[in-house]
Every structure is written in C-alpha cells, then in structure tokens.
Design a protein around this ligand. Structure first.
Ligand SMILES: Nc1ncnc2c1ncn2[C@@H]1O[C@H](COP(=O)(O)OP(=O)(O)OP(=O)(O)O)[C@@H](O)[C@H]1O
Ligand SMILES: [Mg+2]
Length: 463
C-alpha cells in the first residue's frame, strides 16, 4: 500500500485515478490546483505523485522545480496534454520519473505507477543500506587503544578525505580489509561502490579478465562482453587484496591504471577512463618481494603512497581485553551466542598467548566459547587447552594455524596424522563418495585413493 497524490485540474481525471488506485488498495489524496497541492506536499510525505503540468494557478513545472523537502525524493509522473511533448521533455530534465500523455489508458497508468513505486522502494533500501554501512564502518568499530593502533587511527583520519593510494600491510587477521572498508565508507566516495578483488585467490588468466573485463570473443569462452572490477569500481574504491601475488605482466598493466586511470578491456582497443581510489593490501613484506625481484619497484612506490601497517596482536596485547568485550557484545547482538565473561586467570592466559591468527583468531575463539561454553564465566580451564597447544586450525583461506609445542614434534608422523584426519572427515562429509571427498581436499579421485591405501585407510573403512 502506497500513498499517492494526484494533482490535476480536471475533476474527471482525478476521480478516474482515485478509483483506479483505491481499487489497488493505495491511499489517494487529490488536489485540483497548485495551491492545494503545495499545502498537501508540505505536510505529507507521498510515495508517488501524479502531476498535471497545465495547472490553472501555476506552472506545474514550477511545482516540480520547488518540491517541498518532505517530497524531494518522491518520484513524480507528469501528465501532459497532447502536443506538449516539449514540456514533458523539460519535466524529465527537472527530474520527473516519467510522463503520460492524455488520453491515456488505465493500464498505462498502472504500469508506470508500479515502476515508480518499485524504483523508490529500491532507492530507499539503498539509502538505508548505505547509512548502515557508513555507521558500521566507522572508526569506533575498530577496537584498540594501544600506541600502535592510535597511530593507525590518526592515519585513517588523514587519508579518509583524500584520494591517495593506500597500502595496508599486516599479518593475516590483523584487520586489513576492515581498515580498507572503513576508509572507503568514511570517504567522499562512500556512495560509490567498494569493490574488492583478491589477487591470491584467482588464477592469473582469470584475474586479468576479472580486473580489466573483456569483449565478446576475446578468448575462448568469452561469449558475452563483461566489464571488469575496475569499471565496476568507478566513482568508488578498488581494494586490491594480497597484491604481492600479482604476476609481473599484470603488475605492469596495473601500473598504467594507477598512473593514468586508463585501460582497455581484453580484446578491445577502446580506452576506458575510470575514477577510482585504490587501496592495496598485503600480508607479505612487499619490500622484500621487491628486493627479490618479484614485485616491480615502480609499482611498489606507486602503491606505497600512504603506508598503513597493522601490527600483529601479540605486539599490542593491551588491546586484548577491549577486543574480547567488543566481540562478546557484537556477537550477542547478532544472536550468535550467549554473553560470557572471562575470569581473571582466563584473561591472563589469553594475554599470554601469541595469537598467530591475530584478531580473527580471537574473534573465532570468542564465538566458539559463546556457543559452546556452559555457564556465564569462562575460566582458564575452559579455554582450548593450553591455548598455545591447541589442535591445528585451518583458516578459510587454507592457512594452517598451529604452534610448535615446547617439546617439539615428530613431523612425518604429524603430517600423516593430519592427512588421515582430513581425509576421514572429508569422506564422512561426502557420505563416503570418494570423488566428492577428493574435491573437498583439492585432490583428484585417484590420488585420494592412493593416499588412502598408503595410510591404511581403505582397510580401516572396510572394517
Ligand atoms: N581492531 C579491530 N577491531 C575490531 N575488529 C577487528 C579488528 N581487527 C580485525 N577485526 C576483525 O577481525 C576479522 C579479520 O579482519 P580482516 O578480515 O580485516 O583481516 P585481514 O587483515 O584482511 O586478514 P587476511 O590477511 O587473512 O585477509 C574481521 O572480522 C574484522 O572485523
Ligand atoms: Mg583480508
């Protein structure tokens, strides 16, 4: 149900439209003059306005031009008499959503009304989403009061209003993507898109196509033309994650984009200009990569205009209590677990731990405890025991998080154990279907079967 205002001097038209919209369960208000319309528009926010531009007491276009603030965003469909196409064009230029000319059919009116209402719905949702994102990615959502983090905040404050290229470095899970998004959503580009591309996750040929787009027929499989992420990021920010993984040819192409903001789609010689801000991130030491000749020096200096380094959590342990409190609050708000508290000894153990997975590891631990722990207070015994000797964990990106116990390990034996456990889990998850299990493990079926034989798993399963 929407509220619709019909402004027309002809009472016949007003009544026809009223009947039509009321039969569609909408609320309808009527105005026969510009003055009446102004009064209504000043007091009520409508979802849709039908406006005859040939009013007796004022020019309908004038009303369109000076729409009261309450209805500034409301779509307006202009009604024109026939032979007034010129005014219709003018109205469209002034921001009317569409126009219909008399005489019109009821179907035509319903169609345009539906389109306009859908449009304003999408626009409203979009606005809410943007506002939500801006609030979500504010500096307040980045937790930390350590000296190191205060330096990071100061840098974000300085760069957020500029278009400068930013290079964010730091170990996995230190918050690189969080910082990149925060910069974008606090920048004048916040209403433009934030487009991320992970240079490590995509094979080389695909990455080039993803980044630059391609024309139909540019290579086998290119059956349609497709814009790349660079084009999609126009007016917004392009986040180049794991930039150290870019291969040399792409590094060169990227350099040109950064210098000229220009490029061509694959298979095209038409140059495309884009207005993008670039934020790059890497968990590798780019300077080291450069020294080893794996990363172009000129590209490094182009990216490294404003470096932001996120220190690992073990170097800012004083931030741990605040992070724990923050995640407990966030996660319980999102109904992802019950609120918990940490005892003094638990906190001590958490502060002593070296957090190889950084903030992400801490966040995951809090969530796990909030879901699994019985009772309100978590003490040291309730922590994965002891925190430094946890069983291995595999991050979504396939990194294995584990630490060497003080007494050392038997590596060949451990690797066998690791293989066996993962294969058994994969088989269980795939209901024993080996081709599926192989896919879960990134193996082909024959390799899986060979491994199972070698590890003695085939026998174990048959029993
Ligand atoms: N200072 C912080 N305050 C609050 N949340 C944080 C902070 N740092 C990181 N996080 C959270 O930790 C998780 C990991 O952060 P993020 O994905 O930004 O890390 P990353 O550096 O991009 O890691 P990777 O290199 O593995 O991609 C996210 O859920 C993020 O919101
Ligand atoms: Mg990341």
């Amino acid at each position: 149900m929407a509220s619709i205002l019909v402004i027309d001097t002809e009472s016949f038209i007003r009544e026809v439209l009223r009947n039509l919209f009321e039969s569609e369960k909408h609320d309808v208000a009527l105005a026969s003059s510009g003055r009446e319309a102004k009064k209504l528009l000043g007091k009520n926010a409508f979802d849709l306005i039908f406006l005859d531009i040939m009013l007796k007491d004022m020019d309908g276009l004038e009303l369109l031009r000076n729409m009261p603030p309450l209805n500034a965003e409301t779509p307006v469909v202009v009604i024109t008499g026939f032979a007034t196409v010129k005014s219709a064009v003018k109205a469209m230029k002034l921001g009317a959503f569409d126009y219909i000319s008399k005489p019109f059919s009821l179907e035509e009116v319903l169609l345009v009304a539906e389109k306009a209402l859908e449009y304003s719905q999408v626009k409203r949702e979009n606005l809410l989403l943007k506002r939500h994102l801006r609030r979500h990615y504010s500096l307040r959502q980045i937790i930390g009061s350590s000296e190191a983090m205060r330096r990071v905040f100061a840098l974000i404050e300085k760069v957020k209003r500029t278009d400068s290229t930013v290079l964010i470095t730091g170990e996995s899970g230190t918050g690189k993507e969080l910082v990149a998004k925060t910069i974008h959503y606090q920048s004048p580009r916040a209403n433009g898109p934030f487009v991320a591309i992970n240079c490590a996750a995509i094979p080389r040929e695909l990455l080039e196509a993803e980044l630059f787009g391609y024309e139909k027929g540019a290579f086998t499989g290119a059956v349609v033309s497709k814009p790349g992420k660079l084009e999609m990021a126009d007016t917004g920010t392009l986040f180049l994650d794991e930039v150290a993984e870019l291969d040399p040819a792409l590094q060169g192409k990227l350099l040109r984009v950064i210098q000229e903001r220009e490029f061509e789609r694959i298979g095209s010689n038409k140059t495309i200009r884009v207005d993008v801000r670039i934020i790059a991130a890497s968990n590798r030491d780019l300077q080291e990569q450069m020294r080893q000749g794996r990363f172009r020096e000129d590209l490094y200096w182009r990216l490294n205009v404003i470096p932001i380094h996120l220190p690992p959590l073990r170097e800012r342990k004083e931030d741990i209590p605040a992070l724990l409190g923050y995640f407990v609050q966030e996660l319980s708000q999102q109904k992802r677990g019950r609120p918990i508290k940490f005892s003094h000894d638990a906190l001590k153990a958490l502060m002593a731990y070296h957090w190889p997975g950084n903030v992400r590891e801490l966040e995951n631990l809090v969530e796990r405890l909030m879901v699994l722990h019985e009772g309100d207070v978590v003490s040291a015994q309730d922590l994965p025991s002891p925190l430094g000797l946890r069983p291995a964990e595999i991050s979504p990106r396939g990194q294995v998080l584990l630490s060497l116990p003080s007494e050392g390990v038997n590596l060949p034996q451990l690797l066998q154990e690791l293989e066996s456990q993962l294969i058994l889990q994969a088989l269980e998850r795939s209901g024993g279907v080996r081709s599926k299990a192989a896919r879960l493990l990134g193996l082909n079926r024959t390799t899986l079967i060979e491994k199972m034989k070698k590890l003695g798993l085939a026998e174990a399963l048959r029993r």
